[in-house]
Write a protein that binds this ligand. Sequence first.
Ligand SMILES: *[C@@H]1O[C@H](CO)[C@@H](O)[C@H](O)[C@H]1NC(C)=O
Ligand SMILES: *[C@@H]1O[C@H](CO)[C@@H](O)[C@H](O)[C@H]1NC(C)=O
Ligand SMILES: *[C@@H]1O[C@H](CO)[C@@H](O)[C@H](O)[C@H]1NC(C)=O
Ligand SMILES: *[C@@H]1O[C@H](CO)[C@@H](O)[C@H](O)[C@H]1NC(C)=O
Ligand SMILES: *[C@@H]1O[C@H](CO)[C@@H](O)[C@H](O)[C@H]1NC(C)=O
Ligand SMILES: *[C@@H]1O[C@H](CO)[C@@H](O)[C@H](O)[C@H]1NC(C)=O
Ligand SMILES: *[C@@H]1O[C@H](CO)[C@@H](O)[C@H](O)[C@H]1NC(C)=O
Length: 181
Amino acid sequence: MWTPFYLFISFFLQAQAILVNVTVDDSGINPLTGQPIIYNPPGAWNLGANCTMCTAKIDARDVHNGTWHDVSTFNSMLQLQTASLVFNGTAVYVSCAIARTTSSPHGFSDMSFFIDGNLVGTFVKTPPGLPGYDFNFTVYSNTSLPPGRHELTIQNSHINGSSSLILLDSITYSSVLHTPS
Ligand SMILES: *[C@@H]1O[C@H](CO)[C@@H](O)[C@H](O)[C@H]1NC(C)=O
Ligand SMILES: *[C@@H]1O[C@H](CO)[C@@H](O)[C@H](O)[C@H]1NC(C)=O
Ligand SMILES: *[C@@H]1O[C@H](CO)[C@@H](O)[C@H](O)[C@H]1NC(C)=O
Ligand SMILES: *[C@@H]1O[C@H](CO)[C@@H](O)[C@H](O)[C@H]1NC(C)=O
Ligand SMILES: *[C@@H]1O[C@H](CO)[C@@H](O)[C@H](O)[C@H]1NC(C)=O
Ligand SMILES: *[C@@H]1O[C@H](CO)[C@@H](O)[C@H](O)[C@H]1NC(C)=O
Ligand SMILES: *[C@@H]1O[C@H](CO)[C@@H](O)[C@H](O)[C@H]1NC(C)=O
């Protein structure tokens, strides 16, 4: 009499654990923690639409939530430019706009990706020299994170490295949600 009852409860509870994608906009917050993406040094990163000196001019309709963050390096960069997000999940995806142009803006990409302080990937791309951008472009994905809390850090170029542009649009991660029954 009791066994089928417990089996039913167990099945019901398992069915309430679902994997969901959570998207953190470049200028929004992580909806599950309330924390935004942390940009360093803060003055180097520009809210794209409000940046008069930035050469990347993007139609807000082409990017997630109408916003993007623009950072670029020059050959003499002495301080690392990074964007970091703390999340609890098993997968993470970084979405950028990628400039195809070689000038205004110079679209060379040299990004490094760190999970919990360890270098896990790079995205290096020379622009083809065509007009426009590739939008919603996944520059890094990791679908094999151990469950739990992680810190993702995106680094632009290197100290004294080549000139590189990042137009960060959003970061998405997959998290197990336990919905109340
Ligand atoms: C999350 O988004 C990625 C990239 O768009 C997709 O490949 C994946 O299937 C999604 N996962 C879930 C649980 O929706
Ligand atoms: C969308 O962008 C605005 C800033 O323009 C920000 O205040 C808001 O939190 C963002 N919304 C989401 C859902 O990320
Ligand atoms: C960006 O510019 C818009 C329009 O000029 C303005 O409404 C908004 O407050 C600005 N945002 C920031 C963060 O400066
Ligand atoms: C990129 O995705 C966003 C939704 O996240 C959408 O609003 C936008 O139109 C897409 N951009 C293009 C060029 O399709
Ligand atoms: C994903 O992250 C894990 C944990 O940091 C790492 O061991 C693995 O190499 C990463 N995979 C990719 C494709 O970056
Ligand atoms: C991460 O989320 C899972 C599922 O919601 C939860 O069981 C776990 O305690 C969380 N871990 C941390 C370190 O917050
Ligand atoms: C970067 O360049 C500066 C100026 O030329 C030099 O002083 C510094 O040692 C270089 N740093 C590295 C890590 O190469």
